[in-house]
Design a protein around this ligand. Structure first.
Ligand code: FMN
Length: 295
């Protein structure tokens, strides 16, 4: 359990009255105390002129269980897991803005973001309230250019929560906390601080012309964005040419259409169940499940 606006305070905060007009939530994706993710979020907060309280959650400390794929929450039932997902989503819902930072681990964001995203069916219960909340995404990496797909992972997380991505940045800093030693990073923190509650954003200046994600799949003559799944190309003068909107993201009403489709899956499964079972049952006893020894 941590001091300084960590899990303790957040748990108790539901009923507490806010001391400041704004609540900013820092989601720290690193397990390292006073690591780059943590101190950079704090530096952005220090530069935000709007009076606010900064609450912090160290994501890898949370208990996030894997999704059982039971589709219960999609059908309006409570999730069978009693872990920290509710706490996390309630805290995001109660915040006015979110700053999210991850260390790059093996060319991706910290696995905790994937663990949370895999429980993303639960997001549907929150997006009415989280829609358009401003957020800043920060990817911190240690080796020149080895950022991999981390920015895409944070953008996916933010987009399925319907957050308003003001900026997605990647910053090189390897040793814990060294991010603040470089003065140019201090300047970046100040700029990001100014951006958070402003009308502007820096997200669509390059990358996918629809959503700004810069990780694409390449197909013949076109790119497919790995986030919003829009199609686009780049002409000879470097101009991005939109071809087709992927249609995945939008306001909550748009997102609920996908939930409706998922709900329909149950009916479709019941219809095809016999046929599916006919082909799967013969595989029931194929192979031997190997498990770790119990102590
Ligand atoms: C398990 C592990 C994997 C890492 N993988 C990468 C990587 O793929 N690319 C990279 O540039 N840095 C990588 N790093 C370096 C971290 O991203 C870097 O140290 C960063 O500053 C960590 O942020 P923190 O101080 O907030 O924990 C890795 C570090 C660890 C511990």
């Amino acid at each position: 359990m941590e001091n300084n606006s960590g899990l303790n305070i957040m748990t108790a905060r539901g009923s507490a009255k806010a001391k400041y007009p704004k609540r900013i939530l820092g989601l720290v994706g690193s397990p390292r105390k006073l690591g780059n993710c943590e101190v950079f979020i704090k530096d952005i907060s220090n530069n935000i002129e709007t009076p606010h309280e900064l609450n912090l959650i160290r994501l890898p400390s949370l208990n996030i269980q894997p999704c059982n794929a039971c589709y219960g929450c999609i059908m309006g039932n409570p999730c069978p897991h009693s872990d920290d997902m509710g706490f996390l989503l309630n805290t995001i819902e109660q915040s006015d803005a979110i700053i999210i930072a991850t260390p790059v681990y093996y060319l991706g964001a910290h696995s905790v973001f994937k663990k949370i995203l895999d429980r993303g069916f639960l997001f549907y219960n929150y997006i009415e309230k989280t829609y358009e909340k401003p957020c800043i995404l920060i990817n911190i990496y240690g080796i020149k250019d080895r950022i991999g797909m981390s920015p895409q992972m944070l953008m996916t997380f933010a987009s399925f929560l319907c957050l308003n991505i003001k900026a997605s940045v990647h910053i090189k800093a390897a040793l814990p906390g060294e991010i603040l030693v470089d003065k140019s990073n201090r300047k970046k923190a100040k700029k990001l601080a100014e951006l958070l509650f402003s009308d502007g954003n820096t997200i669509r200046k390059y990358g996918c012309p629809y959503c700004g994600c810069d990780i694409v799949r390449i197909e013949k003559q076109k790119f497919i964005c790995t986030l919003c799944h829009s199609h686009f190309s780049i002409n000879n003068s470097g101009k991005r040419i939109k071809i087709k909107d992927g249609g995945i993201f939008g306001p909550p009403d748009h997102m609920y259409k996908h939930r409706e489709w998922l709900r329909g899956m149950k009916g479709r499964f019941l219809e095809k169940r016999r046929e599916i079972l006919k082909s799967t049952i013969p595989y029931k006893d194929v192979g031997k499940w190997v498990k770790p020894p119990t102590s």
